[in-house]
Design a protein around this ligand. Structure first.
Ligand code: B1M
Length: 226
């Protein structure tokens, strides 16, 4: 078994200390951040499958999620280059009624790694909170995450509410396991991303920035964070 398999197993078991330790070891051993993320995500997929099969229940799912969250916090500095000037600003949140934040945090982390300043509004975010954040932070990008089929209507009503106010040109990106490109189009979002990697590509395309290959221009667009 490789150390990344051990990391997957530690998150599945909800062993926070071991998950963080193995994340550090994987970084030190030179595993790429994407491979480490993949090992973490594999754990959550397995947890989801076992939950669906009634082999585990919400408390077990929660301890696994906490282990993943702490391991991700250890990985974040590796993904986010220190001292790089953000090229744009985003606000992101999980929509009202939905408490899942691991995927949203991952998207936020990846956007930060792609030189985008991110204001994270957390979970269970209402339309009013999104609108207030837009007024306060004047982002170029607004990210909405939903993990439940039952909170997809919430995503729709938040996008509709955002469309009724002056967004200052900000573009809306939506995502989350039950969200599809078709749904994103129907509710009037500007972009959809299947996963955190795609969220970077979509964000940079909508913002008119160079690709995320590292060839980012050293300028900031109008209104971007400095
Ligand atoms: Co919940 N849960 N959960 N859960 N949970 C799911 C989502 C579920 C699929 C499990 C299952 O049945 N197999 C199921 C939803 C079914 C459905 O609606 N179709 C489910 C359910 C039913 C529930 C409850 C209703 C259970 C209950 O109480 N009976 C309840 C709801 C609570 C609520 O939100 N109101 C609930 C609660 C919980 C916990 C609190 C225990 C915990 C969340 C802890 C936390 O997030 N802090 C939890 C967890 C951990 C899961 C699973 C196991 C893992 C989710 C996860 O973190 N995945 C999940 C099953 C699964 O996904 N395999 C499940 C890893 C993460 C990296 O992936 O979040 O998909 P994901 O994010 C991806 C993409 O979706 C995308 O990029 C991310 C990274 O690649 N993405 C975006 C996400 N947001 C994006 C935004 C973007 C772009 C891309 O642009 C802005």
């Amino acid at each position: 078994m490789t150390d990344l398999d051990d990391l997957t197993a530690a998150i599945e078991a909800g062993d926070r200390d071991l998950a963080v330790e193995l994340t550090s070891a994987a970084i030190t051993a030179g595993h790429g951040p994407q491979a480490i993320l993949d090992a973490m995500t594999a754990a959550m997929d397995d947890v989801g499958d076992r939950f669906q099969a009634n082999l585990i229940f919400v408390p077990e799912m929660l301890v696994s999620a906490r282990a993943m969250r702490e391991a991700m916090a250890r990985l974040e500095p590796v993904l986010v280059e220190a001292g790089i000037r953000p090229e744009a600003r985003a606000v992101i949140g999980t929509v009202r009624g939905d408490l899942h934040d691991i995927g949203k945090n991952l998207v936020a982390m990846m956007w930060r790694g792609a030189h985008i300043e991110v204001i994270d509004l957390g979970v269970n975010v209402t339309a009013e909170q999104f609108i207030a954040a837009v007024a306060t932070h004047r982002p170029q990008l607004i990210g909405l995450s939903a993990l439940l089929t039952t909170t997809m209507p919430s995503m729709r009503s938040i996008v509709e509410a955002l469309r009724r106010v002056d967004l200052g040109g900000a573009r809306i990106v939506v995502g989350g396991a039950p969200v599809t490109e078709e749904f994103a189009t129907v509710i009037g979002a500007d972009g959809f991303a299947q996963d955190a990697g795609a969220a970077v590509v979509v964000a940079r395309r909508l913002l008119g920035l160079s690709d995320a290959s590292g060839d980012a221009p050293d300028r900031a667009p109008s209104g971007a964070a400095s």
